[in-house]
Design a protein around this ligand. Sequence first.
Ligand SMILES: Nc1nc2c(ncn2[C@@H]2O[C@H](COP(=O)(O)OP(=O)(O)OP(=O)(O)O)[C@@H](O)[C@H]2O)c(=O)[nH]1
Ligand SMILES: [Mg+2]
Length: 613
Amino acid sequence: MKLLRRRTTVSLDDRLDALAEAADLADGRLAPVAVAGARSVVARAGVRRSLSVDHTAVALAGATGSGKSSLFNLLSGTTLATVGVTRPTTSAAQAALWEGTGAGPLLDWLEISRRHEVDAGASDDAVTGGWASGEVPGLVLLDLPDHDSIEAAHRLEVDRLVELVDLLVWVLDPQKYADAAVHDRYLRPLSRHRDVTVVVLNQIDRLSPAAVERCLADLRRLLDEDGLAGVPLVAVSARTGEGVDELRSLLASRVANRRSWAARLAADVGTASDALALASSGAGLHDGESIMAGTDLYAGGPGPGSGSGLGGGPAFGAVRDAGASATGPIEVAAPPEVSLDGLAGPLTGALSEAAGVPVVVAAVAKSHRHRSVAATGWPPTRWIRRLRPDPLRRLRLGLPAPSATRGAAGSATPEGAGPVGRTSIPATSAVQRSRMDTAVRETAGTASEGLPEPWAAAVRQAARARADELEDGLDRAVATTSLGASGRPAWWRAAGLAQWLVLLVALSGALWLLGLIAMDYLRLPRPYMPTVGELPWPTLLLLGGVLLGLVIALLCRVAAWLGGRRRARRASRALRASVGQVAREFVLDPVGEELTRYRRFAEVIAVARGASR
Ligand SMILES: Nc1nc2c(ncn2[C@@H]2O[C@H](COP(=O)(O)OP(=O)(O)OP(=O)(O)O)[C@@H](O)[C@H]2O)c(=O)[nH]1
Ligand SMILES: [Mg+2]
């Protein structure tokens, strides 16, 4: 952005590219009418530039009876236009051309069929006072119908051409110069078109010089209010010819510099950008409401320019109601700085809960203890443990077939490899699901803080877009996460062997004692009895074996408890990482894309607006 600000002027090409990109970025997010308006400006610019840029289409527009046709005749030195007393007089636009060779396609595009090549003196229609052919080469002067017509077709024709021509000459008269019709519908929405607007106060012969001054001052004030401060304002009389020379030289200089077409397109780009910025701010818009709502200009019929398929009413109309010039163009809010990483933590936590991670983690610990006891418990009671199902397997999670053996602890393998079935983690309850929804909503809410409403809505939409897949995605993530629960620590085998050994010792003691009992029973002489202190060896072997077995079992339980806790922590980390990935893929990435989209939109809108503001 800083880089952009340093540039003072942005080329029309760059501005058009930026506008096209802004429209693409806004597509589906902002009011369709603003997007369509921007696209139509881009398309129109493409066509206008491909047509003759040596010709300048200048339109005389205004209310009925203001004297457009009179001025048209005066400037062209013809009587081509009918000047009538019945209103409205002019029903279709016509063109007068000065050195019009090559202007054909431009006039085709403007859909002007009545064309007249002005060659002073050679035409039957020629009267004195017009421009000679060499004076304004490239001028295409258009006499338009009345914009405030009782005929809808006239209004449509005016709107269509007002959008297309290179230079607009508004012909006002002392009676109607303050009419809302021209100020609200045209001049204010076209405030960006200062450089291609000329205002003429005609019929000054009807007023006293003092009244002319007052009238001009009042009109200037109105134009300032319209956002058109500084536009040329010329007082003329088509009847007496007063002031017409000034108008002539003004138009001649505009035609001579041949830049009006570009200034017009630049103004259109500005207006379309303003419309997008306005739509982006969401000002005054409600769901399903068009940015054009309330504008009757295009109501009930095709938009202006629809005939050419390129003239786009929306760009021009979208700012019409916004009073953009009165309040100043709407700024596009600076994109808020949002850290997706910061959002990931709470979201992952909530999704982990919903995905049953705590259940799985607890099962990992239990499973470890279960298998540990089965491997290292006191052999006579071990089988009881084996009868009980493994808590992890009960969840259909991550353990290899019982026959498979593992190496040392922690040699985790992707136990979930192969086709992934659903786990048997208890189905997401309504409470969990609502917590999941809340977490997603809160994430979207935080991510969209500070964003203008339409973009905030787009972020919320993006966060929810894959909500349906979220539950399955989480289940799959849990099912495929390597829990590291299958490893069989080496000490289990050692402890298991030790258990068998001490059992053998106890058994040998027991057998010995049984032998002694049998000999006693048979009254056989007592054999020699080795002792340890007072304790005979067989008793020591039996009691010691049993006691040692129990002590080993106890110690193993403690170790299993600690090991289970360690494995549970490891599994929890692995599961949270997997859930975190799901959170990213299904929620945060789409949200991030939307935020990036807005950031880029704000950038390109600034370029499209000329980046000077
Ligand atoms: N007094 C005076 N009358 C004018 C002047 N310009 C035009 N008129 C008269 O105003 C009436 C309307 O003039 P037009 O040139 O037909 O007006 P227009 O703007 O083309 O009107 P539409 O074609 O109906 O939109 C005619 O009777 C003209 O003679 C002027 O400068 N002074
Ligand atoms: Mg007329």
